[in-house]
Design a protein. Structure first.
Length: 309
């Protein structure tokens, strides 16, 4: 059972690259990344609701009124993550944002493992854990340096509040997984948990959408260009469902740090292939040796955390 979650976590992480490419197409078609994310979450909610009905899991939703209320609020992390990262893209650039997000995920997952908080099994901090975490952070840094420019680095140093926001945006993802895991204990139905998470995320994002328009962070969405979008532009919701479900089911089995590490590794490997071959209608980008070294170091760190011997 435990070994099965390792390839599943890698695959779930790789789907985040597909989700990013699909969301880029949907954002282009709608003219608003915030509206695209809201639609993507709604598609995910609808799909997982249908799967729940097909598998007889919908009955578990009737237990929602009796669960601890905040166990059902994990989906709000998705809205916070999306709004934060889109804002950071405009402030410090996409590459630095990804680097900060990875660092936030790793540090939060390590804290969950060490404290045993939010239902994650407590794991003593061993030398291998420290070494592995250091390698993961070093790999993430190399990935950033392998793509970033001096100007981006200067902006990063000059704007400490944006650094804090980037770390927080990454940190909420493993926390979301742990909270969804607590809901899974109460509902005992993975698809019901995923349905709840995506419905809450959609509602939270729908509530944020008008605010972003008022603050000038988003343009008015339009449906006129949806016909030009490729069919796979709708796959972001499916990728999100697989990722969210895998994370909350894997955390109690292999630990938060391992889950985050494997999903990040899968995401980076897939991203390298997307950049190298220009997949998903994205421009081809040179993959530097430093970035490849960063991905390799990151994966080595993950395996050191999970397999210390």
């Amino acid at each position: 059972m435990e070994s099965a979650f390792i390839p599943l976590s890698l695959a779930a992480g790789s789907l985040l690259a597909v989700q990013a490419g699909a969301n880029a197409q949907l954002s282009k078609a709608l003219g608003s990344p915030f509206a695209a994310t809201t639609v993507q979450l709604a598609v995910g909610a609808l799909l997982v609701f249908l799967f729940s009905g097909m598998t007889g899991s919908l009955h578990a939703l009737s237990a929602l009124p009796s669960v601890t209320w905040w166990h059902a609020m994990g989906g709000t992390a998705s809205a916070f993550y999306v709004v934060s990262t889109i804002t950071l893209f405009m402030r410090v650039g996409a590459v630095v944002t990804v680097g900060l997000s990875i660092a936030g995920q790793i540090l939060a997952s390590l804290a969950l493992d060490a404290s045993g908080g939010l239902g994650v099994p407590q794991a003593a901090i061993q030398a291998s854990t420290v070494i592995g975490t250091t390698l993961v952070l070093a790999g993430a840094t190399a990935i950033v340096l392998g793509q970033s420019t001096g100007q981006a680095a200067t902006t990063l140093v000059a704007r400490l509040p944006w650094i804090a926001l980037g770390l927080a945006a990454g940190a909420v993802l493993p926390i979301q997984g742990a909270v969804n895991g607590l809901l899974h204990i109460e509902l005992q139905a993975p698809l019901a948990v995923a349905t709840t998470s995506f419905v809450v995320a959609t509602l939270a994002m729908a509530a944020v959408l008008p605010l972003t328009a008022v603050l000038g962070k988003a343009s008015r969405p339009s449906l006129s260009h949806l016909g030009t979008m490729p069919w796979w532009g709708w796959l972001g919701g499916i990728a999100g469902v697989v990722y969210v479900t895998t994370v909350f089911m894997a955390m109690p089995v292999i630990g938060a740090a391992a889950v985050v590490g494997f999903t990040v590794a899968g995401q980076q490997v897939a991203s390298v292939l997307v950049d190298w071959y220009g997949l998903l209608r994205l421009p081809k980008r040179p993959v530097t040796r430093l970035r490849l070294a960063g991905v390799t170091t990151l994966m080595l760190g993950v395996f050191t955390i999970k397999f210390p011997g």
